[in-house]
Ligand binder design. Structure first.
Ligand SMILES: Cc1cc2nc3c(=O)[nH]c(=O)nc-3n(C[C@H](O)[C@H](O)[C@H](O)COP(=O)(O)OP(=O)(O)OC[C@H]3O[C@@H](n4cnc5c(N)ncnc54)[C@H](O)[C@@H]3O)c2cc1C
Ligand code: SF4
Length: 515
């Protein structure tokens, strides 16, 4: 059993009985994929570092998935974009950020995406060879290796067998979970600690190197003086996000913002930073994702094993990436658009259900708006290209399942003809019109709202991560990623956090120095 105990030295702001005023070399806001690597690298490089995290610590819990979502996800998991369709975009709000509740899949930034960043955004040093040492360093910290077939959930293995039977090949997904036991709870806080989220990898090392980490501390404003960043003002909050009445004022000449793609532009806006920059809060990409479920005679027990373990990239050129997705029974029964007797049948026979998912490299872009009473929200609607890709992916998966013995398959569509019992049903679906509002999807990869670019005419922060016009304020989370990636983003974001820290320490790793 891997150890999964809370590291020593985390300070809980919710327990403060007085206000705090302290001084550091750097303050990092957010403990997720961007913030944690930056904090650890800076602390190990000799800087006095403070880290602020709005959420709390959740180690060794025994919650059901539905209970864990209430405690570890922002707003109990109901964050969403507004548009056609409404798309839930769940976010972690806890020590380790969304990495604590993610599936553990790890990809380097695809070369074609890096080429686009160089060509369209002037990010000249985003060369595969130049950033390879950063990725090497990240992968060594979080133990990236292909998922083992032995601990994959059955739907992943079935897809491997089905596509193999058709002369196609996918591959086990690279994951940051050495020693994974296949308990299937990755998205609800890996209770064994096998998944090397930030909570059990970078953050304990940051603490060992002397970083001070406050949980239940919500940064409300970045402080500026006439030279630029001068610190952060934060409120101590309880588990529900309510202020306890105490504040933390942390002075520092460097503020690294890593609140996540949907929150970093809000903090900048509230702090009066990048006010005139027309890219702030725009260009939101989310990789909308959905799945097809299918019923088999065989007992599948979809909740046993790694939920997301096997991938197929045969349609990647068309912006579609297939990856496993399975859910524990307390969520899986409800996470579908079925109703009435069909829903009852699905839940009763859940042990015979296999599902497999996909994400779309979106061409749509969302943007932040401020709504009366609701505050900052994101508007986002699928484009016709995205809708066409959904249709293709639904049909491809439904056919795969039906050709290999499924009794019926369901596409996640909010309409009656979402059930397929024959290949003719799938043909009919492909011929019928599909509207964005028909699609039931979710999104797990928000990116791009403070994108990095060579000039303020193109983006919010420069190639050195510094926000244009705000010296000492840096962005190193998903919001800095300039475009959709087409693959899971956590490793790209960890690379950016590492890159920023190296730059602030005046170091470069390997060939990047030669650029
Ligand atoms: C269910 C799920 C599964 C996923 N699976 C994968 C996967 O398999 N592979 C992959 O690559 N990606 C996956 N992702 C996405 C990936 O986890 C995120 O892209 C990544 O963690 C984003 O990193 P970040 O640093 O931008 O933000 P986060 O990791 O979300 O971290 C931001 C942190 O900042 C905190 N914060 C926000 N505002 C404040 C404030 N004002 N003050 C203090 N703290 C604040 C938040 O509470 C949060 O903890 C998944 C996401 C989800 C939801
Ligand atoms: S399957 Fe279980 S042990 Fe493996 S990473 Fe996920 S939660 Fe951890």
């Amino acid at each position: 059993m891997t150890q999964n105990a809370a590291p020593q030295g985390i300070r809980d702001a919710a327990a403060l009985s007085h206000d705090i005023v302290e001084t550091y070399d750097a303050v990092v806001v957010g403990t997720g994929a961007g913030g944690a690597p930056a904090a650890k690298e800076l602390a190990e490089g000799g800087m006095r570092v403070a880290v602020l995290e709005e959420g709390g610590c959740h180690f060794e819990h025994r919650d059901l998935a539905s209970q864990a979502i209430q405690r570890m996800y922002r707003d109990g998991g109901i964050t969403a974009t507004i548009g056609a369709p409404v798309i839930p975009v769940p976010l972690g709000r806890c020590f380790g950020g969304t990495t604590t509740v993610n599936s553990g899949t790890c990809f380097r930034t695809p070369e074609a995406v890096l080429a686009r960043w160089r060509n369209e955004f002037g990010l000249q040093d985003m060369h595969p060879a130049a950033i390879a040492p950063l990725f090497d360093r990240v992968e060594a910290e979080i133990g990236v290796a292909p998922a083992a077939f032995r601990v994959m959930s059955r739907p992943n293995v079935l897809v491997h067998e089905f596509i193999g039977g058709e002369g196609l090949s996918g591959a086990p997904l690279p994951r940051n979970a050495p020693g994974c036991e296949g308990c299937g709870m990755c998205c609800y806080g890996c209770t064994s600690g096998a998944k090397k989220s930030m909570a059990v990898s970078y953050l304990p090392k940051a603490l060992c190197a002397g970083a001070v980490v406050y949980v239940h501390a919500r940064a409300d404003r970045i402080l500026l003086d006439r030279y630029g960043a001068s610190g952060v003002r934060a409120a101590a909050v309880d588990d529900t996000g309510r202020p306890t009445g105490h504040t933390l004022t942390l002075h520092a000449p460097r503020v690294l913002v890593a609140c996540g793609t949907l929150l970093t532009p809000v903090l900048l806006k509230r702090s009066g930073i990048a006010r005139g920059n027309r890219h702030l809060g725009r260009h939101l990409a989310i990789h909308p994702a959905s799945k097809v479920a299918a019923e088999f005679d065989e007992e599948i027990k979809p909740w046993e094993g790694i939920p997301q373990a096997y991938g197929y990239d045969g349609l990647h050129d068309d912006g579609i990436m297939f990856e496993g997705i399975t859910m524990p029974p307390d969520l899986g029964g409800a996470a579908n658009p079925l109703s009435g007797h069909r829903l009852a049948h699905y839940i009763r026979n859940y042990r015979h259900m296999a599902s497999y998912g996909f994400l779309i490299s979106d061409t749509a872009e969302g943007r932040m708006v401020r709504l009366p009473l609701l505050g900052y929200r994101f508007i986002y609607s699928l484009t016709s290209t995205d809708v066409r890709r959904f249709k293709r992916a639904f049909a491809w998966l439904a056919r795969l399942f039906l050709r290999h013995g499924a009794k019926r398959a369901w596409a996640m569509l909010v309409r009656r003809d979402n059930e397929f019992t024959s290949l003719e049903d799938v043909d009919r679906f492909e011929r019928s019109p599909l509207r964005a509002a028909d699609i039931e999807c979710m999104a797990f990869h928000p990116l791009g709202t403070c994108r990095m670019a060579a000039t303020p005419e193109q983006g919010v922060c420069g190639p050195d991560h510094e926000v244009f016009g705000a010296p000492g304020v840096y962005v190193c989370d998903g919001s800095a990623v300039p475009t959709a990636l087409g693959v899971n983003p956590q490793e790209t974001i960890m690379m950016l956090g590492t890159r920023l820290a190296q730059r602030l320490l005046g170091k470069t790793l390997g060939p990047e120095a030669a650029q």
